[in-house]
Write a protein that binds this ligand. Structure first.
Ligand code: ZN
Length: 445
């Protein structure tokens, strides 16, 4: 091995394969000889010809050995670019006749899945980019077509999904989501069912009625239903009805998660704020401008500046101040450690909202009272609800970009994927790029 091929082999880094030849090509595939030995045009493509060093492996059963059934012609795979140059891997794979499983399939390759024309690591990078960039940006950046990027992304996601163990479904989150305004479907909402313990969605159906949830429940086996201990849903009556109508789910508890209870209280505050400012004088209007998010945020999460604005706002309007304080109290009550404390706390709030002569607070009172059982059950079950918010954020990212309306399976796969694989630091990226690799190849990525 010459010094040059040794370095190239080290850079390429597929264990068991070496670079035996490299050459430069122009756009049309014509060979380029570097001027003075090193001067290469900026758009030249680097072709690396690989050769296997050891016995081949069966791609079906991973057995080592097998006899050569057919030597195929050299094939090419697009790989990650190097110093701005496109890189292409060239290799002539064998079609093996496996001794163990009898399959006649193309040998296992360290860099790509069968039938793919990009290396696995390139596909993972495409999927990572498609995470946060429009597909047009991704395809332009990598010099690939839109369809190639889309397919590569889906392949990477499905590879992950195939290798992902399915955890048991014991705590179920049911949530309705708005589809956004840019789609042309009849239904404006979807119902998302997720596993609360992992936070990963398991099912998506169009519509938000009880039939939608029922169609999912009907697909479950008796054993699966027996395993479910808890449903956490928003304060939406049809979901409750679908669950209660199913006799196999009589043992399962229904709770309303704090996120949605607070959201309901936030709606009441928003309505109250609107009615106050509707008839407000110029002074109050000036303070209240853009206060919509201010009054929805908890005191703990507000900055000093925001707190100062809130204080000013509340000094001018006592009604709003009392409502805000009530929601703060509700927030604290929902964190109660047991059923009894939560029950007492909710009643303390209900006694105060009951007397309210203002309509929004009265409506909040009615809906808290109507869902009392499910809210109080929170104190007993404590579902892991932080994940619901993560799912919400991911959903909004997807919908804002108008992705996946046409392809239902893609929408679910992508939502599952981005919820299960958050990228927040370098460890997240590393985990992401190694997703779904079969074990003997884990080092190959
Ligand atoms: Zn085999």
């Amino acid at each position: 091995m010459s010094q040059r091929t040794k370095i190239l082999t080290q850079i390429v880094g597929f264990r068991g394969w070496i670079v035996v030849e490299h050459r430069w090509e122009g756009r049309g595939g014509a060979r380029i000889e570097p001027v003075e030995g090193y001067d290469v045009p900026a758009d030249a493509r680097l072709v690396l010809v690989l050769s296997r060093r050891f016995t081949p492996r069966c791609a079906k059963c991973l057995a080592i050995g097998g006899t050569c059934h057919e030597r195929q012609r050299p094939r090419r795979w697009a790989d990650l670019p190097c110093s701005g140059h496109q890189v292409v891997i060239e290799y002539a794979p064998w079609r093996l006749s496996c001794h163990r499983c009898g399959a006649r399939a193309v040998e296992l390759l360290a860099w790509a899945e069968p039938y793919q024309r990009q290396s696995r690591r390139l596909q993972q990078h495409l999927a990572l980019d498609a995470f946060s960039m429009p597909l047009v940006h991704v395809s332009t950046k990598w010099g690939l077509s839109w369809h190639t990027v889309r397919r590569a992304e889906l392949d990477a996601i499905q590879r992950w999904d195939r290798n992902e163990p399915a955890p048991p479904l014991r705590q179920v989150g049911v949530d309705e989501k708005w589809l956004g305004r840019r789609h042309k479907r009849k239904e404006k909402f979807v119902t998302v069912v997720s596993n609360l313990e992992t936070g990963v969605p398991v099912w998506i159906g169009y519509g938000r009625g009880s039939e939608t949830l029922k169609s999912w429940l009907d697909a479950l086996s008796f054993e699966q239903k027996a395993e479910i201990r808890l449903f956490a849903c928003d304060m939406h009556e049809p979901f409750k009805k679908a669950i209660r109508d199913d006799s196999a789910l009589a043992h399962a508890a229904i709770v309303h998660d704090p996120f949605h209870v607070i959201k309901r209280a936030g709606e009441a505050i928003t309505e109250l704020r609107r009615s106050i400012f509707f008839r407000a004088g110029p002074e109050l209007r000036e303070v209240g401008r853009g206060a919509r998010w201010l009054v929805l945020r908890s005191w703990n999460h507000s900055s000093d500046e925001q707190r100062a604005r809130l204080r000013l706002l509340f000094r001018l309007n006592g009604k709003l101040a009392r409502a805000y304080q009530l929601v703060e109290e509700l927030r604290a009550v929902l964190r109660a450690p047991d059923r009894k404390t939560l029950y007492d706390g909710i009643w303390r709030i209900l006694r105060r909202t009951e007397r309210r002569d203002n309509v929004p607070m009265r409506k909040l009172h009615e809906s808290l009272k109507a869902h009392l059982d499910e809210i109080v059950a929170l104190g007993e079950y404590h579902p892991p609800t932080g994940r619901i918010e993560a799912l919400n954020n991911n959903w909004e990212t997807l919908v804002r970009r108008g992705r996946g309306y046409r392809n239902h399976a893609y929408l679910l796969a992508k939502l599952r994927f981005i919820t299960a694989n958050p990228v927040r630091n370098s460890a997240g990226i590393k985990r992401f790029l190694a997703l779904g690799l079969p074990t003997p190849l884990a080092r190959a990525a």
